[in-house]
Design a protein around this ligand. Sequence first.
Ligand code: 2P0
Length: 331
Amino acid sequence: MSLSRAAAFAPVNIALTKYWGKRDHEINLPLAPSISVTLSDLGTLTVVQPDESLEGNRMVVNDQPLDPKGLVKVGRVMRVVRQLAGTDVRAGIRAVNTVPTAQGLASSASAFAALAKAGASAYGLELDERTLSGLARTGSGSACRSIHGGWVLWHAGERDDGADSVSEQLLAPEDWPLRVVVAHIGEGPKKVSSTNGMKLSEQTSPFFDAWLKTCHQDVEDCKAAMINRDVQQLAHVVEGNALAMHATMMATRPGLVYWQPATIGVIHAVRRLREQQGLSCLFTIDAGPSVVVLTEAGDLPKVSAAIGAIPGVTRITQTRIGPGAHLVPNG
Ligand code: 2P0
């Protein structure tokens, strides 16, 4: 066993068919499969430094000590790493996010994918991507999808130990190089976290069973749209899935209303651009007010301009579909 400092960058991912509901809340086993695209540039850089002098893991995120809830999740990942490496040595961990924390842009996905990648390397483990994705999942479910680049499927799996609840790449980034526009809406962390929100939906949303059924079908329909490289077909599935998730959230007691007025503004704008102006674009929305728009490269300037002009959209970020988590030498 060799212990040494390691750094990794992992990007965020945006689900095209969503993860909202768990069969195991400890190790984040989902009730349904989901499909995502991994984004380039936006993500988390994490450095793991094993340190024999520490009695517990220490973690700093954007120069602030990590909150106790976050530290519990980090502890789950690092416990598995130590078990696999056969050591009790704890680590000092430093993470820097290039994506706003807790605004519905899945910062926990990049954070735990980067932690898994850097942690495994720092503890001398050579894990394949399937195993790494399972490790990242124990920190935050959606993180398992950020291990891979491109278009990614997270299998729900059936096993209690989660060994089959891992992700795989379906298409490489260059196989279908759609562009991505993030319409940033709202400020500050959301009031109800995804972890708590999905638990509430499972327990109280009258639509929850129908939602799960929809997810299984949507994964199949999304795969078909991907095989055909058909944006219209993809829009039908992806927008329908996001709206079904938000319907399930809104019907939760008390209702989870993540949207702001500008969220609805972007929804209507994307539909106008597609249906009236013939542009290839579609929207999706995570557990927050911001909207992510996918578009063909040729339509990017018009789509970006239209979305950026909507009142309440504070900023737009243009990005691409990119590679997954990777080590950063000298990072
Ligand atoms: C997704 N979300 O598929 C969905 C869409 C939010 C809405 O994955 O409890 O932060 O850490 O497993 O991964 C957010 O859930 O939750 C999420 P935990 P996570 O991207």
